[in-house]
Design a protein around this ligand. Structure first.
Ligand SMILES: [Zn+2]
Length: 250
């Protein structure tokens, strides 16, 4: 997703809402959740991007070395390859969904073993400094694709924030993977949502929303109306792929 340059170019680090910040590159999202007990990082992306992410965190006035917990959306290199290096640089604990652990074991940049300090099952929560995130298993794109939900406060109001996992189907969908997608497309619609974020900026129109972020203007990321837009689009694609597969059967 995005050109090679877009996958490495620093995007302006900025506050999304409350204690949640964007610290990723142009097309691969990384989030920083700031708490009084240290910070949570979601999606280290490619290993080569970790120094850029660290720079973004520092430019916001926080310290990358205050990262205590590293989470991810799914076990693909463009989202979680940097976990080992980020752990080396911060001492943070790396945590991931059980169903993604086998795939993570294959992500070994420079021969580094992918670290795992805690394994989640569907519905587990992780808390730090008064912030709690819930891990929802939303399989399909990977077996352990994880949608994270939490809340954030702004101007005295509390908002539901969803860090969606990719719902994009591959060119061939096995029966096992289809079972995952069928479940995931239903459950992602049940999450309370005011702010949809995702593992790629395109899933929530980062490039369109960021320029609208202005003092005094409504926060463009608070956008209930488009909370299911990505799911609707990917589900239509998924059904098209399944129909094609069924038609191709002898
Ligand atoms: Zn992926």
């Amino acid at each position: 997703m995005g050109t090679a340059a877009d996958q490495a170019e620093q995007f302006p680090p900025h506050k999304i809402i409350g204690n949640i910040y964007y610290v990723g590159v142009k097309t691969l999202a990384t989030y920083l959740i700031v708490t009084p007990a240290g910070n949570i990082l979601i999606d280290t992306t490619y290993e080569k991007n970790v120094p850029t992410i660290a720079k973004s965190v520092d430019q916001l006035g926080f310290k990358f070395t205050d990262t205590k917990i590293i989470l991810g959306n799914h076990a693909h290199g463009d989202h979680m390859e940097g976990d080992a290096l980020a752990k080396q640089m911060t001492g943070a604990q790396v945590m991931a969904m059980a169903e993604d652990i086998p795939a993570l074991a294959h992500i070994r940049p420079g021969g580094k073993v992918h670290p795992i300090d805690r394994v989640f099952v569907d519905g587990d929560t992780v808390s730090l400094g008064g912030v709690t995130l819930t891990a929802h298993l939303t399989p399909g794109h990977t077996h352990g694709c994880t949608t994270w939900t939490t809340t954030a406060s702004e101007n005295g109001q509390t908002y539901n924030v969803v860090f969606g996992c990719s719902l994009r189907a591959g060119n061939f969908v096995s029966a096992d993977v289809a079972k995952g997608f069928d479940k995931s497309f239903a459950i992602v619609r049940t999450f309370p949502c005011d702010v949809l974020l995702g593992d790629h900026g395109s899933e929530f129109d980062l490039l369109g929303k960021y320029p609208k972020l202005k003092p005094g203007a409504p926060n463009p990321y608070i956008d209930k109306a488009t909370c299911t837009r990505e799911a609707d689009m990917e589900e239509a694609m998924y059904h098209a792929i399944m129909a094609e597969q069924a038609a191709a059967k002898p």
